[in-house]
Design a protein around this ligand. Sequence first.
Ligand code: UDP
Length: 248
Amino acid sequence: MTTPSKTELQYTGKAKNVYGTTDPDLVWIEFTDGATAFNGVKRAQVRDKGEVNARLSAIIFERLDASGVPTHLASTPSPTVHICHRVQIIPVEVVVRNIAAGSLSKRLGIAEGTALDRPLVEFFYKSDALDDPLVNDDHALLFGWAQAWELAYLRHAALEVNDFLRAFWDEFDLTLVDFKLEFGRALAPDRRGQILLADEITPDGSRLWEKGTQRRFDKDVFRRDLGDLGDTYRELFRRVFGQRLHAG
Ligand code: UDP
């Protein structure tokens, strides 16, 4: 594929900026060093975070594509950029949990760290204004956020991604506690309607606990002031890629 050029800024997110490209079916997504928590209340710049997240998400999306879960990633022209198929984001965030933590523990009083008998899939309505409330299939159907077959696909694909990611992180001595996915409907005429895994899979939207020590390798380090997020992400990069981020 010839790399299209970046055009106008279309959307500024908390940790990514989205630009158009000279190909109307592709977008140019730049990962930034911005870190936010608690729906934007806590903010910081964390050196290298954009590059670590872009490179981790790219390797994971490439492997998922190869194993039959289609994603929006088309190419990676530089370490912090993903060129992606343009999608309409489905406003239902999908969280998969293997161990209780975060909002599940708070909502239902289940001690953080409790292993779940099987993976739990939760849906959240994607709305910053409402703080992403928990919803069920019926809300999504009634309010027209997704169709029944789409929800069935989201659930099925999320569980497949969970199987893949558990094995992926296990290799680096990390337990996958939970993670969040976003999906979109492809807009290009030749792919119209196809559901693609979109957004990113990074430690910003996952919980990763080191086996044995329970050291956190995810954004909880920032949310809960557990240490230096940049050092944590660079260490994660080193484990996955087998070299330091800026090694020659
Ligand atoms: N998550 C996310 N974006 C959100 C909310 C949650 O990426 O807006 C991720 C979060 O990093 C964790 C998982 O989804 O890996 C489950 O998060 P939870 O519902 O426990 O919410 P939190 O405690 O992070 O607010």
